[in-house]
Structure formats: C-alpha cells, structure tokens
Design a protein around this ligand. Structure first.
Ligand SMILES: NC(=O)c1ccc[n+]([C@@H]2O[C@H](COP(=O)([O-])OP(=O)(O)OC[C@H]3O[C@@H](n4cnc5c(N)ncnc54)[C@H](O)[C@@H]3O)[C@@H](O)[C@H]2O)c1
Ligand SMILES: O=c1ccn([C@@H]2O[C@H](COP(=O)(O)OP(=O)(O)O[C@H]3O[C@H](CO)[C@@H](O)[C@H](O)[C@H]3O)[C@@H](O)[C@H]2O)c(=O)[nH]1
Length: 327
C-alpha cells in the first residue's frame, strides 16, 4: 500500500516508516520537521509540509496515490500542554481534522491514529482496559481524546475506517538499534537517565517519591518501539473490514522510576547521581495496560517485553549517536 506517514520524521513515525518499507509497503513521509529529523527518514519519499496546509495534503495524497494514512504528527509534552492548551488543541485536534478533511475529499478511508494512555487521566482500576472512563487531566490527553471522538463519529458516516492505538510509554531503538529517541528538549525518562549515565547531564531527578506505590515512585508500562510499530501493521490490515478499532498497546507490566534507574545502571555499568524532587504536575501514580484486546483481536505479540532489553537498545543507540541525529 502507499501509506502517508504524517510525523514520519519523528521518533515513532521514523521507526514505522522503516518497518513499512521492510514489509513491502511504500511509505511517504509528511512532516514539517518542527521536531523530527530528516536523516531519520532514511531513503523514504518525503514531503516537507505542515498539517495545516490542506492544499498540500490533497496534492500529496493524489500525487502518491495514497491508500491509507498513519498519523503520528502532534505535540507530545504533557507539561507544555498545560502551559499552552490552545497550541495543543490546534496542532493535535484542528490539524488532525484538516488531515481527515483532506482524506475524505480524496476518498482515502483508512486511518491509524497515535493515541495515548493519557486519555484515561487518573484511572480508577489498574491494569487499564479500553472501556474504563476516559477523563484526561491535561490538554495533551484531552486533545487526543477529542480526535478519538471525532473519528468515532466520522466512522459512523461510513467515510472512514480507523484504529486508535493508545500507546503506553514508547521506548528503545528500532531498525537494528539505529533509529532511536532524540526529542529536543528531551523529557522522557529513559533517554534522560541514559544522558546521566553518559555524563551528559549531572544527575537524574526523580519526580516525586511519595506516590502510593511499592517504592514511592511512579509506575509506567514501557513498550519497545518495534513491538509498538508491529501493532500498527496488524491494525492496518484489519481496516479493510473494520470501521472502528481501539487498542491499548503496552506490556502490562509496570516498572517504577527507581527500577528504571537501576536497570540503566545495570545495563550501562555506570553510576550517576540520583536526586529526588517534587512531583511533576499531571503525573498519575500508576499506568499499566491491559492489552488483551490487541492480543486477541489483532494477534499482537511482543518480542521485547523485558525492560533490560528495551534499555539495552536505547543505550546502544545513544552511545552510537551521542548527539542524537545531530541536527
Ligand atoms: N513517545 C511516546 O511515548 C508516546 C506515547 C503515547 C502517544 N504518543 C504519540 O505518538 C506520536 C508520535 O510521538 P513521537 O514520540 O514520535 O513524537 P515526535 O515529536 O518525535 O514526532 C512527531 C513528528 O510530527 C511532526 N509534526 C508535529 N506537528 C506537525 C505538523 N503540524 N505538521 C507536520 N508535521 C508535524 C514533528 O516534526 C515530528 O517529526 C504523537 O502523536 C504522540 O502523541 C507518543
Ligand atoms: O526526569 C524525569 C522524567 C520523568 N520522570 C518520571 O518518569 C515517568 C515517565 O515519564 P515520561 O518518560 O516523561 O513519560 P510519561 O509522562 O509517562 O508520558 C509518556 O507516556 C504517556 C503514556 O503513558 C504518553 O501519553 C506521553 O506522550 C509519553 O510522553 C513519570 O512518572 C515521570 O514523572 C522522572 O521521574 N524524572
């Protein structure tokens, strides 16, 4: 299939682009490079453009005879979204609406959407199943939830089949460890700890050690980027017959911040300074996925569920690329 990968220069989108090519698809990356990296696209076809540019979207869809769209392009920082809600609703919701309009107007009716565990807010039950209440507690999660609702209504018109994939914490490096995480600025736990292990930052700060968890630090469900991308291929296949698919994507096993720090110490063989700071606003204590629906309905399996393997792949990437993609 000819697949438009919006946000294909970013962390997850670039891994997806590589996987699509490996599986015989023809990915076309559409990205404004506001956050992504041109070199992460490798030799995939590339259109530099913004999601707000309806005419360029339509032109691109027609030019490359696009059959389906995978949509990764968004702003992704919870804290930033609290400071700039309008910017987040604009890029994550209004621009997604623009993209969907371009698809409907050109007759493209398969859409895979990057959603997030942040749509659940502070869940009352753990592990999280897809059907529990969706009560986002920040503009980032709410902007993603708003797109989900728009997709649900749109699918009922018969004009769009969609999969909303609710990622838990994406991490590690894919494509033989050469496509890793390089966000500017970086806010994600594993790359930040690795920077501390590499001596690129003075320390790692734990955001709160007074949570109701076994060691007081937050628990998250870390999912390897390759396993995450694999689920997109499976979901895409299902969109021939299904109008509406919603899946959690996580391993179902939680690790605390302290356990992640210990794992990086073990994998790297390095010691570094760990300090404890205040809680970060908007952080729920525990987020772990019940992903049995994806396992049952998609036949999804994970190849790299162990945190140590995930951290090893990230460590390898950051050592080989100490300045990330260097741009
Ligand atoms: N990283 C995670 O753990 C995680 C977890 C849950 C959900 N997600 C979702 O997955 C998606 C990808 O995340 P990521 O970590 O790869 O982010 P990323 O920032 O690395 O990639 C996003 C890409 O989209 C591009 N982009 C943003 N706005 C654009 C616009 N208006 N027009 C064109 N291009 C634009 C950026 O340049 C970048 O290349 C996002 O939608 C995010 O919300 C990520
Ligand atoms: O320097 C740091 C950075 C993070 N953390 C903690 O580490 C955990 C993981 O944080 P982070 O890597 O920033 O991920 P999350 O905030 O859990 O969010 C990620 O995972 C969510 C789904 O679970 C997605 O919605 C988001 O897009 C994605 O960034 C959280 O408890 C943070 O408080 C620290 O203690 N110190």
């Amino acid at each position: 299939m000819n697949i438009l990968v919006c946000g294909g220069a970013g962390y997850i989108g670039s891994n997806m682009t590589a996987m699509l090519a490996r599986h015989g698809h023809n990915p076309v990356v559409y990205d404004n490079l506001s956050k992504g990296h041109k070199s992460a696209i490798r030799n995939a076809q590339f259109v530099r453009g913004d999601l707000a540019d309806y005419d360029l979207l339509v032109e691109t869809i027609k030019k490359y005879s696009i059959d389906a769209v995978m949509h990764f392009a968004a702003f992704i920082e919870v804290g930033e979204s609290v400071a700039d809600p309008l910017g987040y609703y604009y890029n994550n919701f209004c621009n997604a609406r623009n993209l969907l309009q371009a698809m409907v107007d050109t007759g493209v009716n398969k859409f895979v959407f990057s959603s997030t565990a942040a749509v659940y807010g502070e869940p009352e039950t753990i592990p999280i199943t897809e059907d529990i209440a969706k009560q986002p507690i920040n503009p980032y999660g709410d902007s993603k939830r708003a797109v989900e609702l728009m997709l649900s209504f749109l699918s009922k018109t018969g004009k769009m089949n969609y999969a909303a994939l609710r990622y838990f914490n994406a991490c590690g490096a894919g494509e033989d460890g050469t496509l890793g995480e390089d966000h500017q600025p970086e806010s994600h736990l594993i790359p930040l700890i690795i920077q501390a292990a590499m001596g690129k930052r003075e320390d790692i700060k734990i955001f709160g050690n007074d949570y109701p968890t076994h060691d007081g630090t937050c628990i998250r469900d870390y999912i390897h980027i390759e396993d995450l991308c694999k689920a997109h291929l499976l979901a895409l296949d299902k969109l021939d017959d299904e109008a509406e698919l919603i899946f959690n994507l996580g391993n179902g096993k939680g690790y605390s911040v302290l356990e992640v720090i210990e794992t990086v110490k073990k994998v790297s063989g390095k010691d570094f300074t760990v300090i404890t700071g205040d809680r970060r606003p908007g952080d729920p204590p525990v987020l772990t996925a019940d992903a049995s629906r994806a396992r049952q309905q998609l036949g999804w399996t994970t190849d790299f569920p162990e945190l140590e393997i995930i951290v090893e792949s990230a460590w390898k990437f950051h050592n080989a690329n100490p300045d990330g993609y260097g741009d």
